[in-house]
Design a protein around this ligand. Structure first.
Ligand code: NDP
Ligand code: 2IT
Length: 444
């Protein structure tokens, strides 16, 4: 049996009932075959892949808090410190009822390669909780965040592990967690990113994942003889990534006709009104029905459906496995040219293969959504030098990073005989740097 297959079986056996983690590992290992097979004996002797697929440290903890009725609630907290070969652990925190160990491990595993692709010195980690922020008062959110940090603080630090936001964790939650960290440690340090602008946050971090996704998509289309301007785009999600993807797509001259949340989706024939969407989602924290109620050209539909709309470019920006084989077939039938992932692993393996077989340009999240964590690393740099850069400076660096990522993954795919396979290109380019650093640092 090849070393790749041995290690995949090992991961499944050692991590039972974690299907998303198995999926993330399978996608990476399958596309690394050409690299691994050429160095099989050396890698096997060093157990390089077993080490890569086993987190350096896994922290599981209880998070008790008191709700507005005086009732004590208990949630599970997680922080997976996956790989620190190229820098301190770095990656977001997700608060969503679906969170479990396998979800956090898939996210932490992907983060290793994504962070490597940014070219910046950050290792891979992820954390979160099965806490559901929906419908909670501000006081309940603060109580939860303070309790969460009262355990997490001992495991993190500006040079150790630097969490940030993800689903359910935005500026409000980062603020409450930062305040509690500072209070316990009595240290003012850049321990979290995505901070507010008055206390060490970076300009353009809020926009970075969505903007970065569009900078990469723009370069992808340009290098393949096309142009983002004038394209019809469908976006899923209506959170941080989706909103700023829509905003930048419009700035680049595209027309975005959909967005979605966990209960339904919008088709807006006039193009999404991004200011209205921000008002509904960022300010009121309301459902998309409110968007439809305020806008004549918008239709609201219950359930899923954005992939049924005819488009040139599709940008999944909500959550994992939201774009499935049937959706991929519909997109191809409707003539889609490119699919770029704003979310982490939103496309199933079968859907990805179908898109690739049908010559759709497909860029996975490790490359396409790396702008968020890259700008987090820029926030860390600004915190270290105790200076702030302008929006234009950060945005220009972000754009350059995304353009570089596109060319690195394109070059890696070509070098290994898989031209146009940007998934393989990203996994290989991300892996090689981490593997080299792990080898240089010995058996740790
Ligand atoms: P938000 O919490 O801001 O928004 C998430 C959006 O996706 C919401 O519209 C939400 O709907 C919807 N959604 C979440 N879970 C589900 C689900 N199970 N089914 C259907 N819809 C769902 O999160 P982000 O925008 O930050 O994150 C979106 C994706 O991007 C995630 O995969 C995340 O890991 C990834 N990502 C985020 C980065 C960042 O910087 N924030 C960086 C890189 C990747 P509702 O409003 O109903 O909750
Ligand atoms: O998935 C991701 O890259 C993020 N949620 C952002 C992580 C970060 O540290 O900014």
């Amino acid at each position: 049996m090849s070393y790749v297959d041995e290690v995949y079986n090992y991961v499944v056996e050692k991590n039972p009932a974690q299907p998303e983690f198995h999926q993330a590992v399978k996608e990476v290992l399958d596309s690394l075959r050409v690299v691994i097979d050429a160095n099989e004996e050396e890698y096997r002797k060093d157990a390089l892949l077993e080490r890569l697929c086993t987190p350096e440290r896994q922290i599981l903890f209880r998070v008790p808090w008191v709700d507005d009725k005086g009732q004590v609630q208990v949630n599970n907290g997680f922080r997976i410190q996956f790989n620190s070969a190229i820098g301190p652990y770095k990656g977001g925190l997700r608060f969503h009822p679906s969170v479990n160990l396998g979800i956090i491990k898939f996210l932490g595993f992907e983060q290793i390669f994504k962070n490597s692709l940014t070219g910046l010195p950050i290792g891979g980690g992820k954390g979160g909780s099965d806490f559901d922020p929906k419908g909670k008062s501000d006081r309940e959110i603060m109580a939860f965040c303070q309790s969460f940090m009262t355990e997490l603080f001992r495991h993190i630090g500006a040079d150790t592990d630097v969490p940030a936001g993800d689903i359910g964790v935005g500026g409000r939650e980062i603020g409450y967690m930062y305040g509690q960290y500072k209070r316990i440690r009595d240290t003012y340090e850049g321990v979290l990113t995505g901070k507010g602008l008055t206390y060490g946050g970076s300009l353009a971090r809020t926009q970075a994942t969505g903007y970065g996704l569009l900078y990469l998509t723009e370069e992808l289309l340009k290098c393949n003889g096309s142009d983002i301007s004038g394209k019809t785009v469908v976006v899923s999600g209506a959170g941080n990534v989706a909103i700023y993807a829509i905003e930048k797509a419009q700035q680049l001259g595209a027309k975005v006709v959909t967005c979605s949340d966990s209960t339904g989706w919008i088709y807006d024939s006039e193009g999404i009104d991004v200011e209205l969407l921000k008002e509904v989602k960022e300010v009121k924290r309301a459902r998309l029905t409110e968007y439809a109620a305020a806008r004549k050209s918008a239709e609201y539909h219950e359930g899923r459906g954005v992939w049924s709309i005819k488009c040139d470019v599709a940008l999944p920006c909500a959550t994992q496995n939201e774009l499935q084989l049937e959706d991929a077939k519909q997109l191809v039938a409707n003539g889609v040219q490119a699919v770029c992932e704003g979310a982490n692993m939103p496309t199933t393996i079968e859907a990805t293969e179908y898109l690739q077989q049908n010559k759709v340009m497909f860029v996975g999240g490790k490359a396409a959504n790396a702008g968020g964590v890259a700008t987090s690393a820029l926030e860390m740099s600004q915190n270290s030098e105790r200076l702030h850069w302008t929006f234009e400076e950060v945005d220009a660096k972000l754009k350059q990073i995304m353009v570089n990522i596109y060319h690195n993954i394109d070059d890696a795919a070509k070098k290994y005989g898989m031209e146009g396979n940007y998934v393989a290109g990203a996994n290989i380019a991300g892996f090689l740097k981490v593997a080299e650093a792990m080898k240089a640092q010995g058996i740790v």
